[in-house]
Design a protein around this ligand. Structure first.
Ligand code: SAH
Length: 234
């Protein structure tokens, strides 16, 4: 399958046991979670919605969306990550959530036009042909539904901040987590969305401040960014 890089899946499987350790390599995902959850909920209120989280990993975002009242399905190809996600939801007593270890395209073929909201966060930069994942996300949406993406921009600053800074200087995440060549410019993502009948409604940056060690959202999309799109198909 050309939307899957088995080495990427293995990489996440090897570290799956630490997904919910907020001091582990997953700390950045825990730190940005309130920001992206708020972004999603502001644009598409989650309560009562049917939501699919593509590339959900250990379920950090999936579970938080379920806690806001959405009925959530989390999808990932890493079996150990899905096991961790299921166990965590069970221990936390979150019942309006289920997890599937399945490819996005196979899942889309069986569940077309099923979800009010599809989220795909920090995943496209780990995939060989991300435009096909974008297309599958659109296929999974009900008419008028909303899809949210987040990924890393591709430019000199993102190489410096997300590779050199995060992997080599600050040691926020393991070396080799990201391949700069797979980073995605907002214009590229917007164009894949357009081709898949998703209308881009908003692009917002997510920034890390090394001194305060905090994240915030803003206009600058140079490194990490969120994109909100809506399904143009009726
Ligand atoms: N979206 C989650 C996890 C991001 S880490 C979050 O932001 O909290 C990237 C995840 O994408 C990993 O769990 C990895 O297993 C998954 N992944 C990578 N390629 C994938 C593919 N082709 N299909 C499904 N999941 C994939």
């Amino acid at each position: 399958m050309n939307t899957v890089d088995a080495k990427e899946i293995d990489k996440f499987s090897e570290i799956a046991s630490r997904w919910w350790d907020k001091d582990s390599e997953f700390k950045p995902l825990h730190d940005i979670n309130p920001l992206r959850l708020d972004y999603i909920n502001q644009h598409a209120p989650l309560d009562g919605k049917r939501v699919l989280d593509v590339g959900c990993g250990g379920g950090i975002l999936s579970e938080s969306m379920a806690l806001l009242g959405a009925t959530v399905t989390g999808l990932d190809l890493s079996e150990p990550a899905i096991d961790v996600a299921r166990l965590h939801a069970m221990e936390a007593g979150v019942e309006n959530i289920n997890y599937e270890c399945c490819s996005t395209e196979d899942f889309a073929a069986e569940h077309a036009a099923t979800f009010d909201i599809v989220t795909c966060m920090e995943m496209l930069e780990h995939v060989p042909e991300p435009e096909q994942i974008v297309q599958a996300c659109q296929q999974l949406l009900k008419p008028g539904g909303a899809a949210f993406f987040s990924t890393l921009n591709r430019n000199g600053k993102s190489w410096l901040m997300a590779i050199v800074g995060a992997e080599y200087i600050l040691n926020l995440i393991p070396r080799g987590t990201h391949d700069w060549n797979r980073f995605i410019k907002p214009s590229e993502l917007a164009s894949w969305c357009r081709q898949s009948h998703l209308q881009t409604q908003d692009v917002t940056g997510m920034h890390y401040q090394p001194l305060s060690k905090t994240y915030s959202t803003g206009d600058n999309v140079d490194v990490n960014y969120l994109m909100y799109t809506t399904n143009a198909d009726t």
